[in-house]
Design a protein around this ligand. Structure first.
Ligand SMILES: Nc1ncnc2c1ncn2[C@@H]1O[C@H](COP(=O)(O)OP(=O)(O)O)[C@@H](O)[C@H]1O
Ligand SMILES: [Mg+2]
Length: 209
């Protein structure tokens, strides 16, 4: 920690660098060398990949919906944006699949119902997004979580907080946007439209089908 005159204490630069190094170490080996600055498009993966890479490079702190077929480079582009966010050291950076996020909520409920288990806090809760600190969230494969009513409700709460507090959000999906709405509507028709509207709001959609 360091003392800032008139402002109290804050994390010093070396603590920030240490945290950044730990976040970089989480990048899977396959994507460990992926960098926004050096990414070279492979038109064999998708003819529009070049355009997609230009778009993320032009706005590395922007919100993106990366939608497209398997193997078109969505996860790769997400890790490139993740690394850029970590290196900016301006926000709390979280990368997860939506499945993992929802599993953590389920675990929290299980722990609260079992007196033998100690309390468990998910990495990402809507309430954390309302405290004034900036977040950069990277949620891969948002259509892979089982769309239960509970999952849709939690996801909507997170998206709402992202929208209201201006956090960075990058998501990927194998579904076209219209199908994404149906996907979350299946869980609970109150959420499908809301989730998609919140996702689209202020985000650039990149479609690689
Ligand atoms: N432009 C590129 N240069 C090098 N490798 C690429 C490129 N685009 C995609 N790949 C590789 O193709 C594979 C599939 O990419 P991935 O991002 O996992 O696709 P998706 O998430 O769209 O299914 C990965 O091994 C990724 O590293
Ligand atoms: Mg992927």
């Amino acid at each position: 920690m360091e003392i800032v005159s008139g402002h109290g204490a804050r994390h010093c630069v070396c603590a920030k660098r240490k945290r950044a190094a730990a976040l970089i170490a989480k990048i899977p080996e396959r994507f460990a060398n992926v960098r926004l600055e050096t990414l070279v498009a492979d038109p064999k993966r998708h003819l529009k990949q070049c355009e997609a890479i230009d778009a993320i490079r032009a706005n590395p702190s922007g919100n993106f919906i990366l939608a497209g077929r398997f193997g078109t480079g969505k996860t790769m582009m997400m890790w490139a944006l993740y690394r850029a966010a970590v290196e900016r050291m301006e926000s709390t950076v979280i990368h997860a699949t939506l499945f993992e996020i929802i599993e953590e909520f389920r675990r929290q409920i299980r722990a609260s119902q079992n007196p033998d288990e100690s309390a468990y806090s998910p990495r990402l809760e809507a309430v954390d997004l309302k405290r004034g600190y900036k977040y950069s969230l990277f949620l891969d494969d948002i259509d892979k979580a089982r769309p239960s009513e509970y999952a849709a409700e939690q996801f909507f709460a997170i998206l709402n907080a992202v929208y209201e507090h201006g956090h960075q959000l990058v998501v990927s999906t194998n579904l076209p946007i219209v199908k994404l709405r149906d996907h979350f509507d299946r869980a609970d028709e109150r959420y499908g439209g809301g989730i998609v509207r919140r996702l689209l709001d202020g985000a650039q959609t990149i479609e690689l089908f």
